[in-house]
Design a binder for this molecule. Structure first.
Ligand code: 13P
Length: 284
C-alpha cells in the first residue's frame, strides 16, 4: 500500500478496541522482509524501526532504502522510524528522508529534554513526519527496584511534556527494560492508567521482548498503543543461524543460513503481532 507516518498508523486504531501496533527493530534486509511478511500474514500494519547505532553501522541511505522499499511494496500501510535518536544530525537526516523519528532525550535534565524534543517536532512538522518523545528512563539491568522507581514516568509531568513539545506519541518508563529481564518483569499498571488519563497522545512501551503474554495484554488494556520489540527477533535470528552452522559449518548458499534465520524472525514477529492485536482486527 504505502509508506506512512507513525501518526497515520495510530489513527487506524479503533477506539474502544484496545490493540497496539507492533514496532520492530530491523537490522538488515532479512529482518525487514520477515517483519513485513508477518504484517502481510496477519493483515496488521507494522512500524519498522531503525536504531541509531545500526544507521551508523550500515549507513542511513542503505538501511532506510531497504525499509522504505519494503514498506512501499507492501499491500499494507507501513511506517519507518528512527529509534532512540539522540544525535540531532541523524534525526535531521531521517526527517529529510521522510522517516518518522523517535527522539530520546530521556537521559537529559527535564528542561533540556523538552527543548530538544520541541526542536525535533518543529523540524518534523515542516517535513510532515511524526515524532515520538520519551520521558522517564528504562530500568537497566543494573538498577535495583527502589532506585529504578525514581526514573519512572510521572503522569503529571508526562501531560506537561506532551503539551509543551507537541509530540505525536510518548514512550514511558513503568518498569519496562530493554533486552532480557534478569528478574521477573513487573509493570506499574496503576501508573500507566494514570498516564493514560492525563496524556492524549498514544502511549508507547519500549522493551517489548521477554514479557509474559498476559502482561503485554494488560498493558494494552491499560493504554499502550505501540509495542517495541527488538531482542526477541535478534534471539530468533541468531539461534537459527547457529543451529544451521552447527550442522554444516560451511554452507555455501547464503539462503540456507539467512533464509532460515529470516523464517525464524517471521515466526516470532507473527506471534508478537497477534498478541498485540489482542483479539481484535483492523479494517483497512
Ligand atoms: P527489546 O529489545 O527489549 O525488545 O526493546 C526494543 C526497544 O524497545 C527498541 O526501542
Amino acid at each position: 500500500m504505502s509508506l506512512v507516518t507513525t501518526k497515520q498508523l495510530y489513527q487506524l486504531l479503533p477506539a474502544g478496541q484496545p490493540m497496539a501496533i507492533g514496532a520492530f527493530n530491523v537490522h538488515n534486509m532479512e529482518y525487514t522482509q520477515a517483519v513485513v511478511q508477518a504484517a502481510e500474514a496477519t493483515r496488521m500494519p507494522v512500524i519498522l524501526m531503525l536504531g541509531e547505532p545500526m544507521l551508523e553501522f550500515a549507513g542511513l541511505e542503505m538501511l532506510s532504502t531497504i525499509a522504505k522499499t519494503a514498506a512501499r511494496r507492501s499491500s499494507l500501510p507501513i511506517a519507518v522510524t528512527l529509534d532512540h535518536g539522540k544525535k540531532l544530525d541523524n534525526i535531521r537526516r531521517c526527517i529529510q528522508l521522510g522517516i518518522s523519528v523517535m527522539v530520546d532525550g530521556s537521559a537529559l535534565p527535564y528542561e533540556e529534554n523538552v527543548q530538544l524534543t520541541r526542536t525535533v517536532v518543529e523540524m518534523a512538522r515542516e517535513a510532515g513526519v511524526s515524532v515520538e518523545g520519551e520521558l522517564g528512563s528504562l530500568a537497566g539491568i543494573e538498577d535495583v527496584e527502589a532506585e529504578a522507581m525514581e526514573f519512572f514516568t510521572d503522569p503529571d509531568l508526562a501531560a506537561e511534556f506532551a503539551a509543551r513539545t507537541g509530540i505525536d506519541s510518548l514512550a514511558v518508563a513503568i518498569g519496562n527494560c530493554h533486552g532480557k529481564y534478569l528478574r521477573p518483569p513487573v509493570l506499574d499498571m496503576e501508573r500507566l492508567r494514570r498516564i493514560r488519563e492525563k496524556v492524549t497522545v498514544p502511549i508507547v512501551l519500549h522493551g517489548g521482548s521477554d514479557l509474559p503474554p498476559d502482561m503485554s495484554r494488560e498493558a494494552i488494556e491499560n493504554g499502550i498503543r505501540k509495542f517495541n520489540v527488538g531482542t526477541d527477533l535478534k534471539y530468533a535470528f541468531c539461534q537459527e543461524m547457529k543451529r544451521v552452522l552447527d550442522q554444516d559449518p560451511m554452507p555455501f548458499q547464503p539462503p540456507r543460513t539467512l533464509g532460515t534465520a529470516r523464517e525464524a524472525v517471521y515466526r516470532v514477529a507473527c506471534q508478537k503481532i497477534r498478541l498485540f492485536q489482542n483479539g481484535h482486527t483492523l479494517t483497512l
